[in-house]
Design a protein around this ligand. Structure first.
Ligand SMILES: C[S@@+](CC[C@H](N)C(=O)[O-])C[C@H]1O[C@@H](n2cnc3c(N)ncnc32)[C@H](O)[C@@H]1O
Length: 285
């Protein structure tokens, strides 16, 4: 059966694309700030029934309360929220009378954040290159595994910038996925069809997902190939570096942080050696 015209061309293109990319080679197609995908992301952030893009509201509430208490943040303390998305954490910190600065490179999410939280300052920027005033925050957060998507050089730059922006002794809270995370052990390939559009495109497409592992770097890649009925193929890559407690502690110490707490998550749950997530409390040394 002949499915499509020029199927050899498409096959060759797919075979080409499905090769294992070099470690942390950037995604050919953007997704955080693609206007259509940004709308889908915002819907996912705001869906209270899933942990897809942000955690559920009750978890966010507990997380903001625990961080404020663990760091002893008093009203008026300044908190930096990197990758704040639609401000779901930021506005809860602001509700505790903290002075919050949120940073994100999704205009769409920031528009929502500004509309729902007039008290905080929201900055549209890439936190890898943002030049923050030194020693201007008592605490900083980076929530939902966002450090894991960075290559080692970008990760160290972000940690350097956070350290510089924190006052001496200032707290940094973030979470990472561990090598026990189920995403790291996904089946190697999957495909599905969206007949009336879906997360990636508003029009029908076939999605192919390859999952590559780079065990020597404890890194995984979700490689999506999205094929439209025109025959156009778009490739998206989502990289994740999985960290053991020892590995992330060594990274933090090299960047001038002291780890003052390891937890199962950012609500202060006890650390579990076989847990999928690790919550870290670190201080600027
Ligand atoms: C998984 S979401 C988490 C959002 C928020 N922390 C939460 O848990 O609700 C990651 C967010 O980080 C933002 N982001 C990713 N890389 C970024 C970068 N380099 N600079 C600024 N924002 C970034 C994305 O736009 C997105 O809003």
């Amino acid at each position: 059966m002949r499915l499509i015209e020029n199927n050899r061309l498409l096959f060759n293109r797919l075979a080409d694309l499905a090769t294992k990319p070099p470690l942390f080679e950037p995604s050919p197609a953007r997704f955080w700030n693609d206007p259509y995908i940004a709308q889908q992301m915002l819907k996912a952030h705001l869906d209270p029934t899933t942990d897809a893009a942000s955690r559920r509201p009750e978890t966010i509430e507990r997380c903001a309360a625990w961080i404020a208490e663990r760091a002893g943040l008093l009203p008026g303390a300044r908190l930096l929220d990197l990758g704040c998305g639609p401000g779901l954490y930021a506005r809860r910190f602001a509700g505790r009378d903290l002075r919050v600065t949120g940073v994100d490179f999704s205009e769409n999410s920031l528009a929502y954040a500004r509309q729902h939280d007039p008290h905080s300052t929201y900055i549209h920027a890439d936190y890898r290159t943002l030049d923050l005033p030194p020693e201007s925050f008592e605490a900083a957060v980076l929530i939902y595994g966002d450090l894991c998507v960075l290559n080692d050089a970008d990760r160290d730059t972000v940690l350097h910038n956070v350290r510089r922006a924190l006052c001496p002794g200032g707290y940094f809270f973030f979470d990472v996925m561990t090598p026990q995370h189920s995403d790291y052990h996904q089946p190697s390939a999957r495909w599905w069809v969206e007949t009336s559009g879906g997360f990636w495109k508003p029009t029908p497409y076939l999605a192919l997902l390859r999952h590559h592992q780079y065990p020597e770097h404890e890194t995984g890649l979700e490689q999506y190939l999205v094929i439209e009925d025109s025959g156009d193929v778009t490739e998206y890559r989502i990289w994740s570096h999985y960290y053991s407690p020892e590995a992330i502690t060594a990274v933090l110490e090299r960047q001038g942080f002291e780890v003052v707490g390891r937890y199962g998550n950012l609500t202060g749950a006890p650390y579990q050696p076989d847990g999928e997530w690790l919550g870290l409390a670190a201080r600027r040394m």
